[in-house]
Ligand binder design. Structure first.
Ligand SMILES: C[S@@+](CC[C@H](N)C(=O)[O-])C[C@H]1O[C@@H](n2cnc3c(N)ncnc32)[C@H](O)[C@@H]1O
Length: 217
């Protein structure tokens, strides 16, 4: 499989041969980010609060983070954005991505070059903390308002979609916090419910697959 793919909405994605998965939906990388993480997660929470702690599972290409920077500026939010990534992509891979051209920004470079394990001011709306670790090894004193649950699919990483794992995520979330994800498999929704989430299914991209917002009860 090729490393780079142009998805149906013109935004690029990468293929991971280690995990046998693309980093985004090949039907549209930007469409997925916008609906699942921005609209259902970030902007829904921004109806309630303007200073938001976001946790992302899987920094990957940085697309979710980049679009969050732009949305924070647009809506005058203050984001403290923590993202976990045990396997950062290389600088050569970053060069392959077309997000800066498509979104008319130079910020993707800053996100990838930001130091790990410390909070870095990207601009006055966006403070980034990249942590080079797995979700399994992550711990936090901070509670998160929004979680972008963007792990590779259950067929590839089943250990990240269990009741135990969702209970761990719930333990670092505010009551009423939103966890959003592209995966709406029954087994995943049941694991979320068992971990104490109230699970909502929402219309997915292209009127087809459903996506999930889970609210911490
Ligand atoms: C679907 S991709 C994420 C795409 C990313 N959000 C983006 O905007 O490009 C999944 C990411 O999770 C990372 N990952 C793999 N195992 C992980 C683990 N145990 N904990 C946290 N992240 C993990 C992968 O390296 C990959 O970057």
């Amino acid at each position: 499989m090729e490393r780079l793919r142009i998805t149906d909405d013109g935004f690029t994605t990468l293929y991971s041969s280690e995990f046998g998965q693309f980093y985004h939906s090949v039907r549209g990388a930007m469409a997925e980010t916008q609906l699942v993480y921005i609209d259902l997660g970030l902007l829904a929470k921004a109806q309630e609060i303007k200073e938001i702690n976001v946790l992302e599972i899987g920094f990957g290409t940085g697309l979710n983070a980049l679009v969050s920077v732009l949305e924070a500026q647009k809506h005058d939010l203050k984001l403290h954005y923590t993202t976990l990534e045990p396997f950062p992509i290389s600088n050569d891979d970053v060069q392959l991505l077309n997000y800066q051209d498509e979104l008319h920004t130079q910020i993707l470079k800053n996100l990838h070059e930001a130091k790990w394990e410390e909070e870095v001011e990207i601009n006055s709306n966006f403070y980034l903390t990249k942590i080079k670790t797995t979700l399994q090894n992550f711990s936090s004193n901070k509670l998160f308002d929004v979680v972008y649950y963007d792990a590779f699919a259950p067929s590839s990483q089943p250990e990240l979609w269990t009741e135990e794992t969702f209970a761990k995520v719930a333990s670092v979330m505010q009551k009423g916090g939103f966890l959003t994800t592209y995966c709406s498999k029954t087994v995943v929704r049941k694991a979320m419910q068992a971990a104490g989430f109230i699970v909502e299914k929402h219309q997915g991209m292209w009127g087809k697959r459903e996506v999930v917002r889970a609210v911490k009860g």
